[in-house]
Design a protein around this ligand. Structure first.
Ligand code: FE2
Length: 426
């Protein structure tokens, strides 16, 4: 006797008519025509069932703070950082936790059940660290929250930041962060990458740095990050977030850099919303897009994921926690409109992001955790096209959120009918 069976599901790998059996919070069977009884049965009606969405780059300490203490007038990255600096002294632990928990509710509704959030440690009170450690515990039944110790103002540039970062790790923050391009000089940026990777190696931790988030083709901290990863034996445990300078780099240099990154098994996290609105701001025309070289990095075998980065905060006033929105933007910014390329953008907000975060038991195979999302779409490309409704969000075999399929009642022409915007087969 099983706890739950999802019948007649389509899977992201293209299999159709699949039944998924669940017992004790785990998937126990994935096969056509599963012969078993279950306490609850859900008919997927041929719709797509995916493992949950995963956001590998977010800022939960800043989310939903838009307008506090004022709006970002220029819309630039630097005014965003300045604005966040104005807000920091006014923050309270309770207010940070409240906004983060509100966002986590949105995330659950969107089937986003794993988030890697950076947490700013450049605050002697470490308020955001304590707030998000508390949030992590509170949301654990529903969301896998991984925290990155992020020195927003520079680990060398901001007095005391290195000690604060170490203290944040001591309190339970999971991953070592960094921001080498924001240090005062290229030399200090390079030194910060080396020092932070050494901390991670000594403590057995993962690394995820905001790295080269600039249009400067000479900002090349990603090279140091890859080289340090290899030197310290951290392969598969280090990610570079943003890497937007790669958009502007010399092609010959990149032909040497990408194999080095592949040798380091470096994770790559692009943030298409942030990149398309924040990069190229000093350009007149043509204006660069700024997103890193996603198709080329994927072709070289690197694990590439997409993050939302910001939702309604000093850097980005829009968003609602929808990783299909993120994938949709990436398809366009990266000109990834080929069929396989679109499908790979779905992977970048699900399986690739889970791999980067080293999520345990993620996937749709027997033995995996029974965390799943049933979408109002036939396949990953349709899911991206429609930013499809999450009909059911399932955590450990329990339905934790439901959204009805949106349908338009059309009365034009006198014969009432329903529109789903889904193309009939054939
Ligand atoms: Fe970020």
């Amino acid at each position: 006797m099983l706890d739950l069976i999802l019948r007649n599901a389509a899977l992201p790998d293209g299999r159709r008519g699949i039944d998924i059996g669940v017992r004790d919070g785990r998937i126990v069977a994935v096969e056509p025509t599963l012969k078993a009884e279950a306490g609850r049965s859900i008919d997927a009606r041929g719709n797509l069932v995916t493992p949950p969405f995963v956001d590998s780059h977010f800022h939960l300490d800043a989310t939903l703070s838009v307008g506090l203490p004022r709006r970002n007038r220029s819309g630039t990255l630097l005014e965003g950082i300045q604005l966040w600096g104005e807000l920091k002294p006014l923050l309270t632990q309770e207010a940070i936790a409240k906004r983060a928990l509100d966002y986590c509710d949105w995330a659950i509704g969107r089937g986003l059940l794993a988030i890697r959030s950076h947490v700013d440690i450049c605050d002697p009170r470490l308020l955001a660290v304590d707030a998000l450690l508390q949030v992590k515990k509170q949301v654990a039944p529903f969301i896998d929250l991984q925290l990155v110790a992020f020195p927003q103002d520079g680990v060398y540039r901001s007095p005391g930041a290195m000690e604060l970062l170490k203290e944040a790790l001591k309190r339970g923050v999971d991953v070592v962060g960094g921001i080498p391009h924001f240090e005062r000089t290229m030399e200090e940026g390079r030194a910060s990458v080396i020092a932070l990777c050494e901390i991670a190696a000594a403590q057995g931790l993962m690394v995820d740095m905001h790295c080269d988030e600039t249009d400067d083709p000479m900002s090349r901290h990603v090279e140091t990050l890859a080289a340090e990863t290899i030197r310290l034996g951290l392969q598969g445990r280090v990610a570079g977030s943003h890497l937007t300078s790669m958009h502007s780099m010399d092609n010959y240099y990149v032909s040497k850099l990408i194999p080095l990154m592949a040798e380091a098994d470096l994770g790559v996290i692009a943030n298409p919303f942030a990149n398309i609105v924040l990069q190229g701001r000093h350009d007149t025309y043509p204006k660069r897009r700024g997103m890193t070289r996603v198709p080329e990095l994927m072709a070289a075998g690197l694990t590439v994921a997409f993050g939302h980065d910001s939702v309604m905060d000093p850097w980005y006033g829009l968003g609602s926690g929808d990783m299909l929105d993120v994938a949709h933007m990436a398809v366009h910014v990266g000109q990834m409109t080929g069929l396989d390329a679109m499908a790979s953008c779905f992977q970048a907000v699900t399986a690739n992001a889970a791999r980067l975060m080293q999520l345990d038991g993620y996937g749709l195979a027997p033995g995996c955790r029974a965390d799943m999302v049933l979408l109002d779409a036939a396949d990953p490309v349709e899911a991206i096209r429609l930013r499809a409704a999450r009909l059911k969000v399932i955590r450990a075999g329990e339905v934790i959120a439901e959204t009805p399929a949106p349908r338009t009642a059309l009365t034009a022409g006198g014969s009432p009918r329903q529109l789903s915007y889904r193309k009939e087969p054939g």
